[in-house]
Design a protein around this ligand. Sequence first.
Ligand SMILES: Nc1ncnc2c1ncn2[C@@H]1O[C@H](COP(=O)(O)OP(=O)(O)OP(=O)(O)O)[C@@H](O)[C@H]1O
Length: 232
Amino acid sequence: MAGPDGGPMIVFAGVRLDRGDRTVLSGLDLTLAERRIGVIGANGSGKSSFARLLNGLLLPSRGSVTIDGLDTRRDAKAVRRKVGFLFQNPDNQIVYPTVGEDLAFGLKGRKLPEAEIAGKVRATLRRFGLDGFHDRLVHELSGGERQMVALAGVMILKPEWLVLDEPTTLLDRRNTQRIMEAVGGLDQHVVLVTHDLSLVESFDRVLVFDAGAVVADGPPAMAIDAYLRLLG
Ligand SMILES: Nc1ncnc2c1ncn2[C@@H]1O[C@H](COP(=O)(O)OP(=O)(O)OP(=O)(O)O)[C@@H](O)[C@H]1O
């Protein structure tokens, strides 16, 4: 099952999500196939929950989420391979003390030969402007450097989709720009949750969440306008 251009596609069918005793998302019927999709909305409107449904970090209480026909509930492992996830705080996903070890970690799980892993780590560091960082201790890096390492750690596994949940909230303008430039250069499909509306202005499609539902969905100018009107 592929998108209109033959590319990958994520389908939400009749999705509801309960967390605790609350329904936090409901009535989600969506097909995502665009390369750059923004997700905006007020605090607590359900954006992070939506993002976590995309790669099976959360499972729907009703309905289904499928990626190219793979169900996030039934095919969890295959889904995680297809959909990478970048958290707001890089400390949530960097596991190893040094940058090189951290980047190698996911590849070791895929049982690749050591020499191939070392080559991929080097190439990925170069690609994300992290030459010279191989033996640096992660906890000694700046927040911006750590977020770039976290991004490199996700991308080294070559997912087809990258979901980013407010990846620049903790960063200054310069590092926000660096991360967004790196994301802009990716071939992958990107879903970006953000409160920074300027980051999605050039995207293909923007979803606006309000109280657990999608209340606007379309080109950035239309969606941002709808969101601003919602804020009053
Ligand atoms: N584990 C949980 N148990 C109960 N309710 C939860 C849980 N996690 C989130 N919620 C609620 O779900 C709703 C949606 O939260 P979510 O984090 O998805 O919103 P958000 O749009 O990403 O917000 P923000 O912009 O503040 O990050 C909120 O009302 C939140 O309180």
